[in-house]
Design a protein around this ligand. Structure first.
Ligand code: URA
Ligand code: SF4
Length: 294
């Protein structure tokens, strides 16, 4: 990694204010062990630090916004980017693999303790669009691929409705390991700012290689993790810039699913955002249509 990495969070430091009850700690340990048994794990290390992580509720510390984000006044119509050469693509592919290999070894935040595997993200090595979600869920943690669960299926249908395919874009997350309540691998949760900050150098390194024309952040965590800004409802559809790349925040597909799927006002808000993205990369948006079922 050539990127400077922010200081790793102080894993294992006792946090008096957040000390859970003994019952919570025992419940977290029990569900962690149950999960390990279900996964076929017969032997594991349970050191003091892991026990402390399991029993500590996730913290949401306040950090200042990274300096890289600033608003852009309007949506300039873009022109299609020149096609990368085969040599460019090969070099980008190799570099992305190197970054993925570094991620696979990473222990910079507590999420490494409970992951099944890392999820670096996947797709075209020099895409027009980079989609950034929050972090792997259970399906992604099992398969090592981003957005392969239910929310991923809706994202796929939205990409198809745009006239593109998943293979033409890149799909990644702000954190590369699954975040669960109390690190107990039972209920997913949003990553903390500490976790997102620890992981951000990987996404930034990926962005430097991918050189997308547009970044689309999906949901609150991706917006906050990348730009430090909160409030997806207020900020969706407003262009910003990240490391010199135009960035458009929109809702997360899981939020759309919770709110009724692909025939809701929110879905059409996302569709409008995706049309703005298409115009920004010099493509004519297709007529307003519901994404194909499936
Ligand atoms: N939700 C995300 O934010 N990312 C994934 O990869 C899957 C679900
Ligand atoms: Fe490393 Fe990111 Fe995984 Fe944390 S979430 S252990 S920083 S790869």
């Amino acid at each position: 990694m050539t990127e400077p990495s922010p200081k790793a969070p102080s894993a294992g430091r006792p946090d008096a204010a957040a000390t859970p009850s003994l019952a919570d700690a025992v419940a977290a340990l029990a569900s962690h062990v149950e999960m390990l048994i279900e996964e076929g794990v017969r032997e594991t290390e349970l050191d003091r630090e892991t026990l402390r992580e399991l029993s500590r509720p996730p913290r949401r510390p306040t950090v200042s916004a990274p300096p890289a984000s600033r608003p852009i006044a309007s949506t300039p119509a873009g022109t299609p980017a020149p096609k990368p050469t085969e040599a460019d693509l090969e070099a980008a592919r190799r570099r992305l693999q190197e970054i993925a290999a570094e991620i696979a070894e990473c222990r910079k935040c507590p999420l490494h303790r409970t992951r099944t595997q890392t999820v670096p993200g996947q797709g075209f090595p020099r895409p027009e669009i980079l989609f950034v979600g929050e972090g792997p869920g259970q399906d992604e943690d099992r398969q090592g691929l981003a957005f392969v669960g239910r929310a991923g299926a809706l994202l796929t249908r939205m990409i198809t409705a745009m006239g593109l395919s998943r293979e033409e874009v890149f799909i990644a997350n702000v954190v590369k390991c699954r975040a669960t309540e109390n690190y107990a691998m039972v209920k997913d949760r949003a990553p903390t700012l500490d976790e997102m900050q620890a992981c951000l150098p990987y996404l930034r390194a990926q962005i430097a290689v991918l050189r997308p024309q547009v970044i689309v952040t999906l949901g609150n965590a991706a917006l906050e993790g990348l730009t430090g800004l909160k409030g997806i409802t207020r900020l969706r559809g407003q262009w910003r810039e990240y490391d010199g790349v135009p960035l458009l925040p929109t809702y997360h597909p899981a939020f759309l699913l919770r709110g009724g799927g692909d025939d809701t006002a929110r879905y059409w808000d996302v569709w409008d955002d995706l049309c703005a993205v298409l115009r920004r990369i010099g493509r004519e948006p297709p007529p307003r249509k519901r994404p194909a079922a499936g």
